[in-house]
Ligand binder design. Sequence first.
Ligand SMILES: [Zn+2]
Length: 282
Amino acid sequence: MSNLLLNDFHASSDYIGSEKKWIFLVFKGSVILRNNYFKDDWLAFDCSSAELFADVCKTKLCIGQFKGIDCEVWALTDNKLGLKEFVSVELRDLLVTLDEISFAMICRSVQLVTWHESNIFCGRCGEKNSMSTNEHCFVCKRCNLSFYPKISPCIIVAIISGDKCLLARQSSWPAGRYSALAGFIESGETAEQAVNREVMEEVGIEITNLTYFGSQSWPFPGQLMLGYIGEAKDKNLRVNELEIAEAKWFKFDELPMGIPPSTIMSGRLIERAVFTIRNKVI
Ligand SMILES: [Zn+2]
């Protein structure tokens, strides 16, 4: 199996039995790090450092391998912040600073812990679930239902028109914060149908020339964001205030300060939209 591993991070539910091991520590959706961590630091602990948390570790799950070394997440029952050298960091604050590989490992760690804590009992018959021995899957022995980590696909779309890009603010966001339109894919829909529906529901316009941009895991709790760029057929917005607080057209070189950073896909999507506009209008 080892010669089939990817070089950087290889997601897997199986250990390869490497001599070393990297351990990620998760408590209530936050990640435990050294209190002097820097944004480019390696976020996992070696076995001897993690040992300080062994007495509050309730679950250990393999997340895969990094460069051939087994990686594991520990779900903790206490964050032990009495130990002054550690700090508990909110996932949202952490993710915007991470490189792609650390992002993948942290997302997977937190999502597997959430899955493990949320599927103790069968959702159909109420029996206590058993853990599969060969993959991350709970199985109900009474009714045979399986419970894999749940992934919820969502779309996010940057819409352009002439020299402008459409950005919106959700009502829960502070003033000045904007991003591209986004929403969950409904059962039975394609991603493209979901884009068209969300745009119509939220800002009342039709779009065309939809192109796929890329995807990113977004662990709140288990979203998979599929990014698109589209062009508006009509610029006259009819904003649905039940769905979003505001939506505006911004000239490509006058975007607001409060847009997502380019370390996450929504930020890169907006950058690509700006690049697309520049190529058309300049
Ligand atoms: Zn069952």
